[in-house]
Design a binder for this molecule. Structure first.
Ligand code: HEC
Length: 219
């Protein structure tokens, strides 16, 4: 009888220990399992913000809108990154890379006295001019954009950095006109554009609201 009690005590202790271990396991499971949904929820939020348009497709830049309001001085500051390889002065020398004065509007791979890569020459054969879009695509990730280019620069990842740099390049003897603003061309492409459209109509609404009391006051 007392033997049986002893057994029961031991069995009870074993069971309790087992339960405690199981409980800890469950608890850590619960804690551990809690994380992935939190991350998944975050990922969903991000892709929704991007307009659900799929991976890494950027809205086209409306140059007629962006260039006039770009920060040219900031663009010039960013070109410190380029200056180890490029000179930006009119009549300045070629360095590791060609002189970039007047590059916007000139033919890719055409600066006199610079030995371009075959990749850049091939690009120049199909793209007659460095316009805003092509320079933007190139400086985003040079070696991804032009196979075999010898511009070993990682690229400018920030959209606004590129816009500012291109606005600065535009001040350096460029013959390219700034196009008329055309927000409609970019509005359909991405969520970001429609969000700014919403902001714009919000601004229009508040302007109307501000105008209304004035109209009332006149009566
Ligand atoms: C590590 C050196 C290096 C850096 C840094 C660099 N470049 Fe270049 N870049 C080059 C070389 C080399 C070429 C010529 C590419 C070829 O022939 O394939 C070039 C070509 C170019 C061209 C084409 C010029 C033409 O005549 O067709 C542009 C535009 C350009 N670079 C812009 C920039 C800008 C803007 C930056 C800074 C944000 C920059 N580069 C940073 C080395 C560099």
């Amino acid at each position: 009888m007392s033997d049986e009690l002893g057994f029961n005590k031991i069995a009870g202790a074993v069971l309790a220990t087992g339960l405690a271990i199981f409980g800890l396991g469950e608890l850590s499971n619960i804690i551990f399992k809690y994380e992935p949904p939190a991350k998944a929820g975050y990922a969903i939020a991000v892709s929704t913000e991007a307009g659900g348009g799929g991976p890494a497709v950027e809205a086209p830049i409306d140059w007629g809108t962006e260039l006039p309001k770009a920060d040219v001085a900031a663009g010039k500051t960013i070109t410190a990154k380029c200056q180890s390889c490029h000179n930006f002065d009119q009549g300045g020398p070629n360095m590791t890379g060609p002189n970039l004065y007047g590059v916007l509007g000139r033919a890719p791979g055409s600066h006199p006295g610079f030995a371009y890569s075959d990749g850049m020459k091939a690009f120049g054969a199909k793209q007659p001019v460095w316009d805003y879009e092509h320079i933007n695509d190139f400086i985003t990730a040079p070696q991804k954009y032009i196979d075999g280019t010898k511009m070993t620069f990682v690229g400018l990842k920030q959209r606004q950095d590129r816009i500012n740099v291109i606005a600065y390049l535009h001040t350096l003897g460029s013959n390219l006109p700034i196009p008329a603003p055309n927000p409609a061309a970019t509005a359909t492409a991405a969520g970001g554009a429609s969000a700014s459209g919403a902001a714009a109509s919000g601004a229009a609404a508040s302007t109307a609201a501000a105008a209304a009391p004035a109209a009332t006051a006149k009566k």
